[in-house]
Design a protein around this ligand. Sequence first.
Ligand SMILES: Nc1ncnc2c1ncn2[C@@H]1O[C@H](COP(=O)(O)OP(=O)(O)O)[C@@H](O)[C@H]1O
Ligand SMILES: [Mg+2]
Length: 187
Amino acid sequence: MSCVIAMAGKGGVGKTTVSALVVRYLTKNLNDPVLAIDADPNSNLGILNRFADELESNYKYLLVDNEAGMEHLSRRTSGKVDMLLMVTDYALRGLRAVGRINDMLADLKLDVRQKGLVVNRAPETLSQAFLDEVEQIGVPLLCTIPQDDNLLEFDMERRSMLELPDDSPAVLAVDSLMEKVIQKVVA
Ligand SMILES: Nc1ncnc2c1ncn2[C@@H]1O[C@H](COP(=O)(O)OP(=O)(O)O)[C@@H](O)[C@H]1O
Ligand SMILES: [Mg+2]
């Protein structure tokens, strides 16, 4: 069975960006095939899940970028998620959306093995108020990603994030996030 990494979080916080950088890490640093799925709410998630179930055995990693919420994940044959990356920007609204998703998880037929918080567009130090709220939500903080102007430029020029320089701040942050994630999921 593949190792399933899924994204959750409110719109616009950086889930697709982190997904792309996760794929970048997995393909550049490990020689393992990655199946990346964009679970867009406008697509037919039933069909998507069926194909994913069939394709999955060929891939070591399955990455699911969720714009659609968590429900469709629980309809997969195996409702297993090895690592749920809950993404927020540096704002209480985004963080509270993570809190709501986290509360909802218990009601879903979803076997979330581990979860971690990713704070995107974060300053170097997080405020105590923000950290207090993180603590209250109870999802362990895995990493912060700084604002990275290269992303803006690449977005504008429609260039692939796989081409971002290796030392681009967001790339470095996700690389170290993934080192932790890999350690956690294999342990
Ligand atoms: N760390 C960052 N630095 C600069 N721009 C970012 C960063 N993270 C995301 N963005 C930009 O913010 C926008 C929304 O990000 P996106 O990944 O599409 O969010 P989501 O998938 O959660 O809706 C995109 O234009 C993306 O390039
Ligand atoms: Mg997205």
